[in-house]
Ligand binder design. Structure first.
Ligand code: SF4
Ligand code: SF4
Length: 305
């Protein structure tokens, strides 16, 4: 297929994503007022040959795909070297009314939050397909790693449950955020959000990664303060040692009954650690936030006592 000439791929793809959110009927909470699930996305780009992908593989486990692996598994007729690939990552920040509703939750999610977990994620799946298909039609073959049939969750010895592709790690690689004590990704629009990504055979100028440390936006790791997500977790799954994924998973399983009985739809969710905390809708570390605004790296974290 002849390639469409795209003068500014970053702007074109960002427009593709935000136009979809503005116009797609899938962007819907499936509630009577027919409210949208999402406003606008933050979008970042990272090279397929960036060394961070190999670092993930070594750190998380060999099952964690690089962009080259997932692309070439699913585009076998058009193999491409890592240098010709890019990863597009987007963050869908939770809308204010959804965050406010879930702030009031004490054990199980607010209806709005549970709706986003199901219907907002349906929109996110449609968005992945839309980005992949639009790029492919323009002559740039693409793969959405979360939608390929062999995407799987593995019980890793080192990390407990981990997957063959992590949207949050892709977003971190694309300069969109760093990890918090609860494992959530803290972005310029906060930690209450969902993420998506697509791997494409296109060379796109990467977004600068404005941090040298993968915890640079979490106050607990920067100066030992905060820890508010510990108190928000109804399952006691967060401690100063981090996030217990198994306790969290069990709480999510238990939420299914609550959502079905209370809200009358099939769903689940929690996200209490993502709201009512200083990183809910922004970066709580002042120096890092200001450095990001200036386009600089934040100062290194102080050693923890
Ligand atoms: S609530 Fe505080 S400790 Fe928890 S992730 Fe956010 S900044 Fe870090
Ligand atoms: S999602 Fe819920 S159960 Fe899991 S860590 Fe956050 S608050 Fe705890």
């Amino acid at each position: 297929m002849p390639k469409k000439k795209i003068a500014n791929p970053r702007a074109w793809i960002t427009g593709l994503i935000n136009d979809f959110l503005a116009s797609s009927p899938t962007n819907d909470m499936a509630n009577p007022p027919g409210e949208p699930a999402w406003d606008q996305a933050l979008v970042g780009f990272v090279a397929g040959a960036d060394p961070i992908w190999q670092q993930y593989k070594e750190y998380v486990g060999p099952f964690h795909w690089t962009p080259w692996e997932v692309y070439n598994q699913h585009q076998p007729g058009q193999p491409a070297p890592a240098e010709e690939l890019s990863v597009i990552s987007w963050v869908l920040p939770q809308r204010e009314m959804v965050r406010l509703a879930n702030r009031r939750a004490k054990k199980y999610p607010a209806e709005e939050w549970a709706r986003i977990r199901i219907f907002g994620e349906k929109c996110n799946i449609a968005l992945r397909n839309h980005v992949k298909d639009s790029l492919s039609k323009a002559g740039y073959p693409a793969v959405a790693p979360m939608l390929v049939p062999n995407w799987t969750i593995v019980n890793s010895q080192r990390f407990g449950y981990a997957s063959s592709w992590s949207e949050r790690h892709a977003a971190h690689a694309a300069g969109l955020g760093t990890f918090g004590l609860c494992d959530g990704l803290i972005t310029a629009k906060g930690k209450a959000m969902r993420v998506g990504s697509v791997v494409v055979r296109m060379v796109i100028e990467p977004t600068p990664r404005p941090y040298a440390d993968h915890h640079a936006y979490c106050s607990f790791f920067v100066d030992g303060s905060c820890g508010k997500c510990i108190d928000r977790c109804p399952a006691r799954a967060i401690t100063t040692a981090g996030h217990d994924k198994e306790k969290c998973r069990q709480h999510l399983v238990a939420s299914r009954d609550y959502v079905a009985k209370t809200y009358n739809f099939t769903g689940y969710g929690c996200g209490l650690c993502q709201v009512g905390v200083p990183c809910e809708s922004g970066i709580p570390v002042k120096a890092a936030r200001e450095a990001l605004e200036r386009g600089e790296l934040p100062p290194p974290p102080a050693p923890l006592a």
